[in-house]
Design a protein. Structure first.
Length: 148
């Protein structure tokens, strides 16, 4: 996955998921602020680098080239988990955590499907519907409301 820059005022990001797959997602304000701060740092890096390959990437090496996924995991992610005292998890587990948190907070499953890039809502619901804690209560309340 490569994230290309959209440095305007938009609260969205265009994410390249694969060779022919791209999606646009809405971003929370907190993420926008972090990305703007990162952009400032990145521009400073560009000025300091003797040869910077500007590929319009949001996350790049100090030379502007695409990051290597295994380097991110081994040099940054695993040490971060260790420093913070968190249990070792796989990078991919962050995706599952995100989906679980979104569904548990009431985000519509169709949106979660879109964010995860699942071709079918069936895949999303089969994998994550047990994490929607209020499903049974919502169904009972909905029936009460429908029947008056």
């Amino acid at each position: 996955m490569t994230t290309h820059a959209l440095w305007g005022r938009s609260a969205q990001a265009s994410v390249l998921l694969g060779v022919a797959s791209r999606c646009t997602i809405d971003l929370p304000q907190r993420a926008l602020e972090a990305l703007r701060s990162h952009r400032k740092y990145q521009l400073e890096e560009m000025l300091r680098a003797s040869s910077y390959e500007d590929s319009d990437l949001v996350f790049a090496t100090r030379k502007g080239t695409p990051l290597d996924a295994q380097n991110i995991v081994n040099r940054h992610f695993k040490p971060l988990l260790k420093r913070t005292g968190l249990a070792p998890i796989r990078w991919h587990d962050l995706r599952h955590t995100c989906a679980t948190l979104l569904l548990g907070s009431g985000v519509h499953p169709k949106l979660v499907q879109h964010l995860l890039g699942h071709a079918s809502i069936t895949m999303t619901l089969d994998r994550y519907s047990h994490w929607i804690p209020s499903m049974g209560r919502d169904a009972a309340d909905g029936m009460d409301e429908a029947l008056g």
